[in-house]
Design a protein around this ligand. Sequence first.
Ligand SMILES: Cc1cc2nc3c(=O)[nH]c(=O)nc-3n(C[C@H](O)[C@H](O)[C@H](O)COP(=O)(O)OP(=O)(O)OC[C@H]3O[C@@H](n4cnc5c(N)ncnc54)[C@H](O)[C@@H]3O)c2cc1C
Length: 498
Amino acid sequence: MTVKTLSPLREAAPRLADHPQLRGQKLAAIEELVLKTRAFSRGRIRSRALEIDRIADEDPGYFAWDLASEGGRIGLLNLITPRPSGGDADHFCLRSSLIAEEIAAGCGGMATMFGAHALGLSPLVVGGPAFWDGVMRDIAESSTSTRPLIAACAITEPTAGTDVEHHEHVRTAKLVSRAEKVKGGYRISGVKHFISNGNVARWITVILPTDPKRAYETTMAFLVDSESPGFSVTKVEHKMGQRGSPAAELTFDNVFVSDDRTIGRPGDGTPMVAGVLAASRPVVGGIGTGIARGAYERLVDWLQNDPAAEGLLDKQQVQLALAQMWEDIHLSRQAYLDAATEFDMISLGKLFSNPLVKAFGLMPAALRTNPIARKQLSSNLSRRMLIELVNREVGDETLTKTLGISSMAKAHGGDTAMKVTGMALEIAGLDCGPLRAELEKCMRDAKLNQIYEGTNQLNRLEAYAGLVAGESMKVLADAVGKRRKDTNGRYAGAEVLN
Ligand SMILES: Cc1cc2nc3c(=O)[nH]c(=O)nc-3n(C[C@H](O)[C@H](O)[C@H](O)COP(=O)(O)OP(=O)(O)OC[C@H]3O[C@@H](n4cnc5c(N)ncnc54)[C@H](O)[C@@H]3O)c2cc1C
């Protein structure tokens, strides 16, 4: 009898094949990418995982440029790149989550490296043509080079973590960093910490308020070039797990960001963060599922092939454990697939089916990049229109529900990773040779999945709001027009409109 190690996509996720928006070519293209990634993960990443873990233990800033570049060549740095920038972001949440599982089965840290890059790019998607035909295109074009341009997203501060990842708690968060409006742009000052890819990223999307005491009303996004004067990497963390993705402290000392590198107006950052997290949490669920699957596959391989494990597969206790692991991995996968399809086909799907957005996607590049069109499309007015369109098309009720499902998938994936890696270690015991170090790494990798992208406690509070209580947050309604006036009677954001 052979114990199965993994199932083809259609078998693992049968409901995907029946989905009306995935029939035919679309699912075939997704499967092809998953299979390519699986081959890359098994052939190149898994064999390097322990080595990367060891090198990064001694040098926490280490970054496997060769694997980033190889992944770039099969499209893993462009999963969220929109069509006008040379990519194909259709079903990007579904594709990114499936890919995350595949990479994480080889190495959790490498999966986070690719995921953090996409997280850094995600706010730019709603930044509009100035970003699509500018930085996003440059990043896409560099992705197949030996030194691809890497992105990161900086939200967390030393004094504000869980609270800045929650739309209500952000009101009382102790933020210190801030952006100050100056002629032609903003000057940003402060410290962001635990930023994945932060020490190697060329482009960093920084989320911060113009008034830290009114973060809910004044937060927005800024695209910072890490070569800007005043920017520095002040620390790289010594991580317990997922060392393939370095995490850094970033200091901004009066860094200038021009107006055309800002995304939205003050106050748009709050719904933007909710949307970005709704998109990224299924991916993190995929990473948790993949770490668990990696431990399961390594264990099964050992049980079937190593003489030291002879007879163990006949033991009922081992069979029960394998069935339990399979069940947990399967349920975790279904949770992130539900969340990713919800995001792609209901939340963002609504936006992409908007006639205006469709028309823009069909516009030839020559027309879009013609200097007059470019000026118009990059104007404050058209950038604002895009954000308003996103806010109106998606709506608070949908966002709250999608965020709830995504948060559930994230929390479940992290818990599954911890549970399954622990069970694998228990079965393998002490005398399993090199497998021991591999499983220990899987378990160290798993722990981070319960912490980052909002801790599991915070994610369950979002799931409570969106699913259990069926609440609807008001962040989009506030951003569309009901933003509170400041003490001078002006709406927060007025400086950008003027
Ligand atoms: C390796 C690593 C990589 C990361 N990468 C990034 C990145 O790329 N970009 C980025 O912006 N951030 C990143 N983070 C930050 C991460 O999202 C935060 O660590 C996380 O949100 C928790 O915040 P905190 O560490 O400040 O913990 P705290 O907020 O101090 O939380 C401590 C504990 O209190 C609990 N808690 C706090 N508030 C509540 C509440 N209201 N109700 C119930 N329990 C609560 C938490 O669940 C947690 O258990 C990363 C973190 C790590 C460790």
